[in-house]
Design a protein around this ligand. Structure first.
Ligand SMILES: Nc1ncnc2c1ncn2[C@@H]1O[C@H](COP(=O)(O)OP(=O)(O)OP(=O)(O)O)[C@@H](O)[C@H]1O
Ligand SMILES: [Mg+2]
Length: 314
């Protein structure tokens, strides 16, 4: 059983109006405790709708969302509790920040979760702010006086202060410069390592997803197009391009090399791994790696020949 699952989920905006729009249909996924899931898809593919269904902000038209095996809508009056366990950082953090000060904003979740002790609350708020990389001096400011990047950090702090079991971030790096992007991603990774939480990261950036995700969910027109380990997803460069996505640049290089006839592997999506594969290729070892993958027995036989007469394989 996954920590969070969906069964045949369907959601329609503007039902019964001329603007009716089926945003999700037949979505069934299962996510294990502690996994880091990347969610990608063309604009309008249903990513934000899906994550809002996962934390009970939207109610499915049909199908189910299960949290630890229980239907989150079994008791609609208790839906607020789900939002503490499945924390969502909105795509547009402006919609999430509403208190007079950033401090009060971050306090909102833990206060509503029932933490009353002021000193305990203060520690939680400051720890969350530090974790999100938010300067202490900003805590007493109005959230509306913050820059775009600071607003995002404040929204992230407000969600992690609830210590959700599942942390969902909808495009948390959009509009940030590369440095700001890296910092936020590092913080999210650190949070997950420290707490063992499950993380879902919605992103348009293939590079971001490639760097952090264990598995990738690819959405297309309200349906699940692929849901697989990261290395398997980026092998499907052509299909991804067909649905308006592209593989990370480094993967593109290896797909192109293969197209030009070079015998390189194409499940390459991080720079570190790319370096190793490129070095292997240049030193001629790729041939044998591919031979091994295609024909493991043949490779074993080749190896056996290397054993000197009378010798034994150890
Ligand atoms: N409030 C709404 N009212 C009507 N239709 C909506 C609403 N929100 C989203 N939609 C439609 O539902 C579909 C899915 O939208 P959603 O926001 O989930 O996509 P997304 O994958 O998050 O896109 P993006 O990458 O642009 O954030 C789209 O066709 C969108 O136009
Ligand atoms: Mg969206």
């Amino acid at each position: 059983m996954g920590i969070i699952e969906t069964h045949d989920l369907r959601f329609v905006y503007g039902k019964g109006t001329p603007f009716e729009k089926v945003a999700l249909d037949g979505v069934s996924i299962s996510i294990e405790q502690g996994e880091f899931i990347g969610v990608i898809g063309h604009t309008g593919s249903g990513k934000s709708t899906l994550v809002q269904l996962l934390n009970g902000l939207l109610r499915p038209e049909s199908g189910k969302v299960l949290l630890n095996g229980s239907d989150i809508w079994a008791k609609p009056k208790k839906i607020r509790n789900v939002r503490f366990e499945v924390g969502l950082v909105f795509q547009y953090p402006e919609y999430q920040l509403f208190e007079e000060t950033v401090y009060k904003d971050i306090a909102f979740g833990p206060t509503n979760k029932g933490i009353k002790d002021k000193a305990e609350l203060d520690t939680i708020i400051r720890t969350a702010a530090e974790f999100a990389g938010l300067k202490e001096s900003l805590l007493e400011k109005s959230p509306f006086d913050l820059s775009g990047g600071e607003k995002r950090r404040a929204a992230i702090a407000g969600v992690i202060s609830m210590q959700p079991k599942v942390l969902i971030l909808d495009e948390p790096t959009a509009g940030l410069d590369p440095k700001g992007r890296d910092r936020i991603l590092d913080r999210i990774r650190a949070y997950r390592e420290k707490t063992g939480s499950t993380v879902l990261l919605v992103s348009h950036s293939m590079e971001d997803i490639a760097r952090v995700a264990d598995r990738v969910l690819v959405m297309n027109r309200g349906k699940v197009e692929m849901f697989d380990e990261t290395k398997n997803i980026f092998k499907h460069g052509e299909r991804l391009a067909d649905i308006g996505l592209r593989v990370p640049q480094v993967t593109q290089v290896f797909l192109e090399l293969r197209r030009l006839g070079a015998d390189v592997r194409t499940d390459v999506y991080t720079m570190d791994f790319a370096k190793g594969v490129a070095l292997d290729f240049l030193s001629g070892r790729t041939q044998s790696v591919i031979a091994q993958e295609k024909n493991p027995d043949g490779f074993a036989a080749e190896k056996a020949e290397e054993i000197p007469e009378g010798g034994e394989a150890q």
